[in-house]
Design a protein around this ligand. Structure first.
Ligand code: SF4
Length: 313
């Protein structure tokens, strides 16, 4: 793979994020590398499940692409966000990347992580440099952890909760804990009580609650009711919110709208509204662009619940 091709695939957006506002995504991994294989994952099944850290992409190439992308933006993103095709902490140079992104002074640095490697003090030291860490925690008992997250062998949910609690004490930035509830998987009274207890132990700055809203890795996986999310939020011992729908906000990328839409929809299926927001288009323009990409066979339609999503092929 040439350096340029590699970099184009490493940076995506800026896109409007439900949690971060306008966010430029930085991906250190290759599809799809994760410690987990969550039933709700919008990236599809995990093809490379591992707990071993490695050098999945060349850091210098990724950073060069970030700088190139930033230079072409009309307005800077609010966040540079490490996320993408799996678990960013699996990249053994995560700490170096966070440090270099911060030196660019182009936005706050956030890391979306599943938290599974936080029992490792080295991983915690690297994550602690970020201004915002957004770990996910969908289960607090071994039974629900196995069912909803389908972890790699050797991962222990009690050790992960302890790792997150230590990270919270060691970091200077903020921790926003994300909990995703799936009907029939992690929404029993016992599991919710265990999650509340885990939040009490970790004591994040806030909790963000969500449910399945995009085509999941496993068919038949269903969301919980919005009212249930509100009930669970009310039981949390720290500030808790239900994740709102994506804001409408333009990305300001200078050119290549079709490329932007394809990059984004390969990483997560998007609605027409998402496409309009990320590409800063009127709804009718977004529809025309999407229909053209579907006609060319570069986007695929997928229906989930009441909504239609588009996935890059
Ligand atoms: S949802 Fe996140 S943690 Fe779960 S399998 Fe997908 S990438 Fe990995």
């Amino acid at each position: 793979m040439s350096g340029r091709d590699s970099c184009q695939q490493a940076v995506f957006g800026p896109v409007p994020s439900r949690r971060l506002g306008l966010s430029l995504g930085v991906d250190l991994l290759v599809p799809k590398t994760c410690t987990l294989d969550c039933v709700y994952c919008e990236l599809g099944p995990t093809t490379h499940q591992t707990t071993q850290r490695g050098r999945f992409r060349f850091v210098q190439e990724v950073l060069a692409e970030v700088e190139e992308c930033l230079a072409g933006l009309e307005r800077p993103p609010q966040f540079l966000t490490l996320a993408g095709w799996g678990e960013p902490c699996l990249h053994q140079e995560l700490g170096l990347v966070i440090e270099r992104l911060q030196r660019l002074e182009a936005g706050r640095v956030a890391v979306l992580t599943n938290g599974t490697l936080t029992p490792d003090p080295q991983v915690r030291a690297e994550l602690a440099q970020a201004q915002v860490v957004i770990p996910s925690l969908d289960a607090a008992t071994p039974h629900a952890f196995r069912r909803v997250n389908r972890p790699a062998p050797g991962l222990d949910i009690a050790a992960i909760i302890e790792g997150l609690a230590r990270l919270r004490q060691e970091m200077a930035g903020e921790m926003w804990l994300e909990i995703l509830l799936v009907k029939g998987y992690n929404d029993s009274p016992e599991e919710i009580a265990a999650l509340v207890e885990a939040v009490e132990r970790i004591w994040p700055h806030k909790v963000q609650l969500g449910t399945v809203d995009r085509p999941p890795a496993v068919s038949g996986v269903e969301p919980v009711e919005a009212s249930f999310l509100e009930e669970v939020a009310a039981r949390m011992p720290v500030e808790a919110e239900v994740i709102p729908p994506p804001p409408r906000q333009g990305g300001g990328r200078v050119a290549g709208l079709d490329r932007l839409v394809l990059e984004m929809t390969r990483r997560r299926p998007c609605t027409l509204e998402d496409v309009a927001a990320m590409a800063d288009l009127e709804p009718a323009q977004a529809r025309r662009l999407v229909e053209e990409l579907v006609r060319q066979g570069r986007l695929r339609r997928e229906d989930y619940g009441e909504q239609t999503f588009y996935r890059g092929v």
